[in-house]
Design a protein around this ligand. Structure first.
Ligand SMILES: C[S@@+](CC[C@H](N)C(=O)[O-])C[C@H]1O[C@@H](n2cnc3c(N)ncnc32)[C@H](O)[C@@H]1O
Length: 269
């Protein structure tokens, strides 16, 4: 494939997802396309044309073009803060009402199951939504089966006792159906203006995805989340490594940055 056609495909991916692929990421996309071209019969048609003509192909390409790295209890310090402060605060505030949690850009679901298990351990009722643009990772979330790669030996170790009940001797994790059913899964494209986001959410985790978006897209997504999804007094967590990318130029006025020890997060005021 020549550079012009590849750039055209990258532009289509950016248009559909808001993602601006980096160099290493572009190499992965190129490899996938070359492999994919051998699987389908193009009969001389350029892949970019095939992509435009076949509705389902964009989904296949997007499923291969996103970066889906994730694991249980990632960024343990945030989970410690939830356990010691935020979940008890919600329990007192919500009474018998469920705590509504949304893991936006959830990937295969390790993040939402971590949040669910922590809430359960504190006897907090939840309504959990996991969303992603990638349908393959959402299917994995629905299955609730994870290899030992989803459990890291250092980060998250403090909370791994919550997984023990579901772990096999090789450290893989299999959740029973009744746990999987506690997680609603939705395909949501965060960059699509007309997309319908979950409503009345108390706690949103949207981590390790802003880095792939332009400044304007970050601003648009944060505004939409705060206007449509987050309740007053609700909290939003991003990855600590993304904080520099979310300065006052992209933050809505009613989203306040909060610092608690080493952990930063946001509160809707
Ligand atoms: C690196 S994973 C983050 C997973 C998890 N939040 C974590 O921090 O461990 C990034 C996820 O963002 C998703 N993503 C990328 N662009 C998206 C978009 N426009 N809308 C929704 N999800 C998107 C990818 O499919 C991928 O699963």
């Amino acid at each position: 494939m020549d550079e012009k056609e590849f750039s055209e495909i990258i532009a289509l991916i950016s248009q559909q997802t808001g993602i601006i692929p980096r160099e290493s990421h572009r190499a992965g996309i190129m490899n996938f396309i070359e492999k994919r071209k051998k699987e389908i019969s193009l009969n001389g048609l350029p892949y970019s044309a095939y992509l435009r003509l076949n509705k389902g192909e964009m989904n296949i390409l997007l499923n291969a073009a996103t970066v889906n790295e994730t694991y249980f209890f990632r960024e343990e310090s945030q989970f410690s803060l939830l356990k010691d402060k935020i979940f008890p605060e919600f329990r007192a505030k919500l009474g018998s009402k469920p705590l509504r949690i949304w893991s936006a850009a959830s990937s295969s679901g390790e993040e939402i199951y971590s949040l669910y298990l922590l809430a359960q351990s504190l006897s907090i009722k939840t309504e959990c939504v996991a969303s992603d643009i990638n349908t393959a990772v959402l299917e994995k979330c629905a299955k609730g089966e994870y290899t030992p790669n989803s459990v890291k030996s250092v980060d998250g170790a403090k909370f791994q006792h919550l997984l023990a009940k579901y772990q096999k001797t090789d450290k893989s994790v299999v959740f029973p159906e009744e746990i999987c059913n506690q997680i609603e899964r939705r395909q949501i494209n965060l960059s699509f203006v007309a997309e319908s986001f979950p409503r009345n959410v108390n706690l949103i985790f949207i981590r390790n995805v802003f880095i792939y978006f332009t400044v304007e897209m970050r601003r648009q997504i944060l505004k939409k989340i705060v206007d449509e999804s987050l309740t007053d007094g609700g909290y939003l967590f991003v990855s600590m490594s993304e904080l520099p990318a979310l300065d006052s130029s992209v933050l809505p006025k009613n989203l306040e940055k909060v610092c608690d020890g080493k952990v930063f997060y946001f509160k809707k005021i």
